[in-house]
Design a protein around this ligand. Structure first.
Ligand code: PFF
Length: 447
């Protein structure tokens, strides 16, 4: 027990690892959450703040996680135990708990994507043609047995991939789904921006409204950055633990952050031009993709097909992320409790699915609100806006102050590979990230 480093599974190739890590990062956060949050927070002004956070704090915390993971060759809790001990494993614990919480509601929304792939061919377009996709959405989310059934289907697929393991499961399927995702996104963008009248959508998306920029906006950008890059809960520690000692880490962190940010940014190009081309009001909030877009697709020739493609895109994005969330929990129970991968995947997967049921019911109003928020929104808020940034502070402080010399050696492979931004990285993990995150937190935290 506690000995996961012997005969530990490994990624088969650098490409496979990058696809898995980018697969974790690129998810519902990019395609479902980013565009509507951007819409709510002032368009391009928000995008700029977001990008600044990603390419300073984001990449640095990601590299810190890779480094902790590879140096220890262990899960999020085991890694801190091995490298320093004391109270540090609590950071890993918080991460595992965040993994349980996020996957519980993530599986619900991911389940919607399966339902919507089917609905694209069964009535969604007819409703959309009359501008009534909202009714379809309303009827669906209040139908608890259906929502739970799709959630269960999605979770079974997630569990099965994780059960197959790192190389034969996560890596293999991410290597197929991620390139497919890029192709689909490309098709949808070309379709969107070539529609007559598309430029109004680009204007809405890209013209900055600086007046909307305040503490709450920066706070939202920070939470979105951590959620979107899968940071602050040991996910990248876990994925890093399956890396070979030869892999070059700083460039891997930059590549994953760049892929993730491009997909988020490009998702806006797939969505807003089409919405405005048909003169439809862009829905604010989670309804943007599930209500506004079907109304839009219904107006297009071949709309059924584009609608299906869009929800397939969301499904792939969600699945490559959900496997990483489950892997954080599975790696912990495997390394630290001596469970088999099979037992950990199926048992934890079942527990997380059950934990998701209140979220599944909450949108139909069948579950009590928590201090005014739907259960699902409350879980989302607590995990993305509180647990992940807090985890980020501790991970940065750990590498910056407690374990810096070893961390630097792990990051540059004992001096064998160039690491051009080493000085910047050290400053960011020591000072910038802890101070900035704490400050944004204090200024922006509002239920
Ligand atoms: N990054 C994923 C997304 O943007 O949808 C969500 C996520 C996955 C968050 C894995 C955290 C994590 F550890």
């Amino acid at each position: 027990m506690g000995n996961g480093t012997e005969n530990r599974e490994q990624w088969g190739s650098r490409f496979g690892f990058i696809m898995a890590a980018a697969g974790s990062a690129v998810g519902l956060g990019n395609i479902w959450r980013f565009p509507y949050i951007t819409g709510q927070h002032g368009g391009a002004a928000f995008v700029l703040v977001y990008a600044a956070i990603v390419f300073s704090i984001g990449v640095s915390v990601m590299l810190a996680e890779f480094v902790i993971g590879r140096a220890s060759g262990l899960n999020a809790v085991g890694a801190f135990k091995k490298l320093r001990g004391g109270a540090w494993p609590i950071v890993g614990w918080m991460g595992v708990i965040a993994g349980f919480i996020i996957l519980s509601f993530y599986g619900v929304i991911a389940g919607w994507t399966i339902a919507y792939m089917i609905k694209s061919f069964t009535g969604l377009m007819a409703a959309g043609a009359a501008g009534k996709a909202g009714d379809v959405f309303g009827a669906f989310v209040t139908n608890a047995p259906q929502v739970v059934a799709y959630q269960v289907i999605f979770m079974v697929v997630t569990i099965w991939i994780v059960y197959k393991g790192i190389g034969e499961g996560i890596e293999k399927y991410c290597k197929i789904m991620m390139p497919a995702l890029f192709v689909i996104l490309f098709v949808l963008i070309v379709r969107g921006v070539t529609l007559p009248g598309a430029s109004k959508g680009l204007e809405f998306y890209l013209s900055p409204d600086w007046s909307k920029l305040n503490g709450a906006t920066v706070f939202a950008a920070l939470g979105q950055a951590f959620f979107s890059l899968s940071l602050g809960m040991g996910c990248m520690i876990t994925y890093g633990s399956y890396l070979s000692k030869k892999e070059v880490l700083p460039s891997a962190a930059l590549t994953v952050a760049a892929l993730d940010t491009s997909v988020a940014f490009l998702a806006g190009f797939a969505i807003f031009p089409a919405v405005f081309a048909f003169g439809i009001e862009p829905g604010a909030g989670p309804g943007l993709t599930f209500v506004t877009l079907p109304n839009v697709f219904a107006q297009m020739p071949g709309g059924m097909f584009f609608s299906f493609l869009f929800f397939l895109l969301l499904f792939f994005a969600a699945l490559t992320s959900s496997v990483s969330l489950l892997e954080v929990c599975v790696a912990y129970f495997k390394d630290e409790m001596g469970w088999t991968r099979e037992k950990a995947s199926w048992l934890l997967g079942a527990v997380i699915t059950a934990l998701g049921i209140p979220s599944a019911l909450s949108l139909g109003g069948k579950f009590p609100k928590i201090a005014g928020k739907d259960f699902l929104d409350a879980m989302d808020f607590i995990s993305s806006n509180v647990l992940l940034p807090l985890g980020g502070i501790f991970i940065a402080v750990f590498v910056g102050w407690v374990w810096l010399e070893s961390g630097k050696k792990e990051a540059n492979n004992e001096g064998k590979v160039p690491f051009a931004w080493e000085t910047a990285w050290v400053w960011i993990v020591r000072i910038v990230a802890p101070v900035a995150i704490a400050w944004i937190f204090v200024k922006g935290l509002k239920w």
